[in-house]
Design a protein around this ligand. Structure first.
Ligand code: HT9
Ligand code: FE2
Length: 351
């Protein structure tokens, strides 16, 4: 079911994200939270542990999220909206269940939820619904009259496209000649992409949204040619994920004579570990080996146009209005469509 019967204004915002470790000792337990029951092989986990340890066991994601929250507070204030912002995560502290308890104890009963993913699909959307439902049951607040309304997917919001296009345009200014623009997003299992979105609509919602956003940004910047590729593949090697991978693609571009690339991580809203490791370390080093010019375009992060998009979204729903049937929107973990983004069966990591 959608929405709540009574409607009415919302009195707080929950900024809901992925979470990341704050110190070396957090890394393993964090990764265990991320991958519990997900069939990620031990070897891949050991590799990812090294990526985090390379940065002292600290992911930038929490600080980046706090920066965004700070900027959102300022923008809400400028618009005269008195809406306290709370921070909660799926995989690390502050965990969304603890934050839910705190919001309730502070007297909030109607809370809008902004998730830091633009996309449909299991990892970007449905799993955030599950996080909300899980937080309510872990705190025993399922029947406490609390409404947590998740805001919809924002991949097609004009200001998301505009903020991304601004970042790309600025980066392109740093090249003498026009580089090849390569958009990248997190790979997911091919089966998860087939199941993304309502089954009746044919699936592939995640990859279609990524491609549509890339096309809109490319159009806005006036690009004739560009590519959409995937990064940060996980899972057992025999399971197909979205391809091509960014690094394989750079090799192909080089073979076909391309000498300069601008890599735009459209799939992520901030420069967290997947960006600074997979793009700023691995892909950049490969480009250097191949003798290619390489620029990594910034993520939207605290860009004023992007923040303005978030606050527009909040204002659309804050007084009880807004389209509660929009994709990704739902109360207390209720899916926006029945049979949406059904989790694919995952092979076990154990023999
Ligand atoms: C679509 C998507 C987004 C974008 C939407 C969104 O933003 O939500 C995203 C974001 C992120 N992914 C992140 C980190 C990780 N993702 C992992 C694993 C996985 N991601 C997947 C998908 C996505 N992930 C999938 C299908 C897996 C396989 C396991 C599973 O089926 O769940 C693993 C486990 C190790 C590994 O297997 O690589 C880690 C550590 C961080 C935080 C980085 C930091 O700490 O700064 C962020 C923002
Ligand atoms: Fe991920």
């Amino acid at each position: 079911m959608h929405g709540s019967e009574d409607g009415g204004a919302f009195d707080a915002l929950l900024f809901l994200s992925f979470g990341g470790p704050e110190k070396p000792a957090d890394v393993r337990p964090f990764l265990e939270n991320v991958t519990r029951g997900r069939g990620v092989p031990r070897e891949r986990l050991d590799e990812v542990v090294e990526h985090y340890l390379h940065f002292g066991g600290v992911s930038p994601i929490n600080r980046l999220n706090l920066d965004m929250i700070e900027a959102l507070r300022a923008e809400l204030g400028r618009r005269g909206r008195d809406l306290p912002i709370y921070f909660g995560n799926r995989n690390w502290h502050p965990l969304v269940a603890d934050t839910t308890r705190r919001m309730y104890d502070d007297g909030h009963r109607r809370v809008l939820v902004f998730p830091t993913s633009a996309w449909g699909g299991y990892s970007g959307c449905r799993q955030y619904h599950e996080d909300i439902a899980g937080a309510l049951s872990a705190t025993g607040l399922d029947d406490a009259g609390l409404v947590l309304r998740k805001l919809p997917q924002f991949s097609a919001e004009p200001k998301f496209i505009e903020a991304s296009a601004n970042a790309l345009r600025t980066a392109l200014g740093s090249f003498g000649t026009a580089p090849r623009v390569v958009f990248t997003a997190h790979s997911i299992p091919a089966a998860a992409d087939r199941n993304a979105g309502p089954a009746a609509e044919g699936g592939h919602l995640y990859s279609l949204q990524v491609k549509a956003a890339a096309a809109a940004v490319a159009h806005s910047v006036g690009l004739q040619e560009y590519d959409v590729v995937w990064q940060s593949r996980s899972g057992p090697p025999q399971v197909p994920w979205l391809e091509p991978d960014i690094c394989d693609h750079l090799r192909e571009l080089r073979e076909s004579g391309v000498t300069d690339v601008a890599v735009m991580p459209i799939g992520f809203v901030s420069d967290h570990l997947e960006v600074i490791w997979d793009l700023d370390s691995e892909a950049r080093e490969l480009a250097a080996e191949l003798g290619m010019g390489y620029v990594r375009v910034p993520t939207v992060g605290t860009d004023p146009v992007f923040l303005s998009m978030i606050v527009d979204l909040i204002e659309r729903y804050a007084d009880g209005g807004g389209d509660v049937t929009a994709m990704g929107c739902g109360d207390n973990g209720a899916l926006c469509r029945p049979d949406c983004c059904v989790p694919a069966r995952r092979p076990s990591s154990r023999p």
